[in-house]
Design a protein around this ligand. Structure first.
Ligand SMILES: *Cc1c(COP(=O)(O)O)cnc(C)c1O
Length: 426
């Protein structure tokens, strides 16, 4: 569900006209809906309300401090993967005591930052990391709360580049080694064993892989609870969103005929296995929370007819939104002015000097002309956060809409900022 749709023929985010935003702030422009983000949070929280459940938003999906601040006020904790993300959470008013710290390569400086901030749990991914956390905690005279990340060796049946829970992935500790790793942790004097974590992958569109992973791991959780008194089990993130038919999915009626995964279905399938554990259950959703809550607005600069293709060349590129290039990710694309039904088969491509710089290929789209602004939908997760300055293109601006009000939550990057920190030498 989301708050994007046509009102009187023009595309709106909540009560705000997107054409007006594009005219005022320019393009490329990311626009997010506050209502969608908070609705998504509340919906998942209430679906899980039978459990002692903490939602830790996966900060990496959209780390603008205005977005983090909204979620913090709603009660979310955060799953962070770097010192930079801890810094953002602190600036956004988030509670580090509700944060988990993930990642395979935490450095000494990052561990110190996490300990100083008072992170709820370091989710360690190797025995070597446990050893360093123990050492740093000892030097600081504190106990470090830790959990281990298990690699449950389950096929998430998603894109290869976002599969994380198979034994060939770099993430987590394999079943064969996990008990030894806990035994080792229990002997390190400056660690406090707090839980078990797993995360099998991203953009899962059915509940089956989640159920398989949970059922496979529950006996181990019971064992660890008895042996070490663990207090939480984190089942990670990964709830998928609707990328095709994205606009239609803003309508409650659409969900009645669709088989898309809902938070209610996710909860109904998992709660029966999780409840008997009587532990705190942590969820780490990223994409689910913000994916359909954002769009990327971009202007059609030129049209070009090739021998086999009609290109619509737009002013946003893979440096602004890399999902199509990196993951073959699909994003629906719609005009800001509702179409009269006329369509064309086109490639929508950006300005970057790479053949992979496209948003859609051989796609039937509503006919648009030079100067028209189009919306690349479902761009709220893994969009701006993956942006780069490649081709010396400044970062786009970001807007958070609240009803009729549009807040600039990040200014468009200036040319001076583009070279900030660079120096010319003799
Ligand atoms: C990326 C990540 C998530 C979030 O994944 P989504 O698919 O966006 O929900 C959660 N936990 C960990 C450890 C991650 O690396």
């Amino acid at each position: 569900m989301h708050s994007f749709g046509y009102q009187n023929g023009s595309l709106h985010c909540e009560a705000t006209d997107l054409q007006a935003l594009a005219s005022e702030h320019g393009t490329p422009l990311f626009v997010y809906s506050k209502k969608t983000i908070l609705d998504n949070y509340q919906r998942l929280a209430s679906a899980m309300s039978e459990l002692d459940c903490q939602i830790c938003f996966a900060t990496k999906a959209n780390s603008n401090i205005a977005v983090l601040n909204q979620l913090a006020k709603a009660g979310a904790g955060f799953d962070v993967v770097s010192s930079g993300e801890i810094f953002r959470v602190e600036k956004a008013g988030g509670d580090p005591g509700k944060c988990t710290f993930a990642g395979v390569a935490k450095t000494r400086a990052e561990i110190e930052h996490g300990l100083k901030a008072g992170i709820y749990s370091f989710n360690a991914e190797s025995e070597a990391e446990l050893v360093l956390i123990d050492k740093v905690a000892g030097e600081m005279g504190v106990k470090a709360p830790v959990a281990l990340r298990l690699n449950p060796n389950v096929d998430a049946k998603t894109h290869a580049k976002i599969t994380t829970g198979k034994s060939g992935n770099k993430f987590g500790i394999d079943f064969d080694f996990i008990r030894d790793a806990y035994a080792r942790a229990s002997k390190l004097p400056n660690l406090n064993i707090r839980g078990l974590q797993m995360h099998i992958g991203s953009q899962l569109t059915t509940a089956a892989p989640f159920i398989e992973a949970v059922e496979k791991v529950v006996p181990l959780v019971e064992e660890l609870k008895a042996a070490y008194g663990i207090e939480f089990f984190s089942i990670g993130g990964g709830i998928g969103i609707v990328y095709e038919d994205s606009l239609a999915s803003g309508d409650p009626a659409w969900w009645e005929t669709s088989d898309a995964l809902t938070p209610e279905e996710y909860a109904a399938k998992l709660v029966p296995s999780l409840k008997p554990l009587a532990l705190k259950i942590i969820l780490e959703p990223g994409r689910y929370m913000v994916g359909n809550a954002g769009v990327l607005l971009t202007e059609v600069i030129y049209e070009k007819q090739g021998t086999t293709k009609l290109f619509k060349i737009v002013d946003a590129g893979m440096n602004d939104l890399i999902r199509p290039t990196l993951y073959e990710g699909h994003h629906d694309i719609v005009p800001l002015q509702e179409s009269d039904g006329e369509t064309e088969v086109v490639d929508v491509v950006g300005p970057v000097c790479e053949s992979g710089d496209y948003f859609a290929t051989n796609r039937e789209l509503a006919k648009v002309e030079e100067g028209d602004v189009i919306a690349v939908l479902s761009a709220g997760a893994y969009g701006f956060v993956m942006a780069s300055n490649y081709n010396s293109r400044p970062y786009p601006a970001e807007i958070l809409v609240d009803g009729e009000t549009a807040h600039v939550i990040r200014q468009r990057q200036s040319m001076d900022d583009l070279i900030a920190g660079e120096t010319i030498v003799e």
